[in-house]
Design a binder for this molecule. Structure first.
Ligand SMILES: Nc1ncnc2c1ncn2[C@@H]1O[C@H](COP(=O)(O)OP(=O)(O)O)[C@@H](O)[C@H]1O
Ligand SMILES: Nc1ccn([C@@H]2O[C@H](COP(=O)(O)OP(=O)(O)O)[C@@H](O)[C@H]2O)c(=O)n1
Ligand SMILES: [Mg+2]
Length: 240
């Protein structure tokens, strides 16, 4: 199993450090399982930058961009927006953050998302958190969320559950099969769920040396260069 240490530091045989990759943790779970809620706590305790794919898509939808109408109709149907749009938004947010530890929430939601992120950024997650929650509880939470989201209605919620089962669970199963999944029982109260989350991060964090300022800057510069090269090679994303 690849560890966070592998994701952040690689060493040549002679022992000299050659590269520090950004640390990426994917946060998955059905709609309403508590991803956003737990991410806010993780940011506070463990110094990650949090990017929710859904939040980035909603901001893009409201920005008047040319993709706005397409995003709105996909979200209202509970469908998954094409990866080139979402990966572009995530990449931009990561670049602008100045951080090198990222919690990516609600992504990858299907195999296309997963493969596109890896092809464009060259980054694999250090590990993947999966919030496991019964459908009835997720439904209750969505209908009580009160954040004014157009897709938080029973009809769209049911479509989102279907998409979750058909497209997102296979990605969760993939990460389980390669030993990267950290499954959390998300049906408990928020504080109890966070106790489990903390245990996962604390055991992994021990092995992760925080990157220094200069190191962070260098990592990001290399990252940007690599992304541009991957784009030229793969042509997965437009907009450059
Ligand atoms: N463990 C929990 N128990 C009860 N309610 C929760 C819990 N976690 C989150 N919630 C509430 O459920 C709703 C959905 O949570 P959210 O974090 O937005 O989930 P997600 O991002 O997975 O859709 C929010 O209103 C949140 O306050
Ligand atoms: N990777 C992603 C994430 C979200 N989305 C869209 O955004 C919607 C809301 O996602 P979200 O992550 O904010 O939803 P929650 O799981 O937080 O309830 C999804 O139902 C999709 O329509 C997407 O297309 N691709
Ligand atoms: Mg969310």
């Amino acid at each position: 199993m690849e560890t966070v240490v592998d994701a952040s530091t690689s060493e040549e045989a002679n022992g000299s450090a050659v590269e520090k990759k950004p640390i990426v943790v994917f946060v998955l779970g059905g709609p309403g399982s508590g991803k956003g809620t737990q991410c806010a706590y993780i940011v506070e305790h463990f110094g990650f930058s949090h990017f929710s794919a859904g939040d980035l898509l909603r901001a893009e939808m409201n920005s008047g961009s040319e993709n706005g109408l397409m995003i709105r109709s996909m979200i209202n149907e509970g469908k998954i927006v094409p990866s080139e749009v979402t990966v572009n938004l995530l990449q931009q947010a990561m670049e602008e953050s100045g951080n090198d530890k990222f919690l990516i929430d609600g992504f990858p939601r299907n195999e296309e998302n997963r493969a596109a992120f890896e092809a464009v950024t060259g980054i694999e997650p250090a590990f993947v958190l999966f919030f496991d929650c019964p459908k009835e509880e997720m439904e209750r939470r969505i209908l009580n969320r009160n954040q004014g989201r157009e897709d938080d209605n029973i009809e769209t919620a049911r479509k989102r559950f279907k998409v979750f089962l058909e497209s997102s669970l296979p990605v969760v199963e993939y990460y389980e099969s390669i030993g990267k999944l950290q499954k959390i029982d998300a049906a408990r109260p928020i504080e109890e769920v966070f106790e489990s989350v903390k245990t996962v991060f604390a055991s992994i964090n021990e092995k992760v040396k925080p990157h220094g300022r200069a190191e962070k800057k260098f990592t990001l510069l290399k990252l940007q260069l690599k992304w541009k090269m991957n784009l030229l090679r793969n042509g997965v994303c437009k907009g450059y």
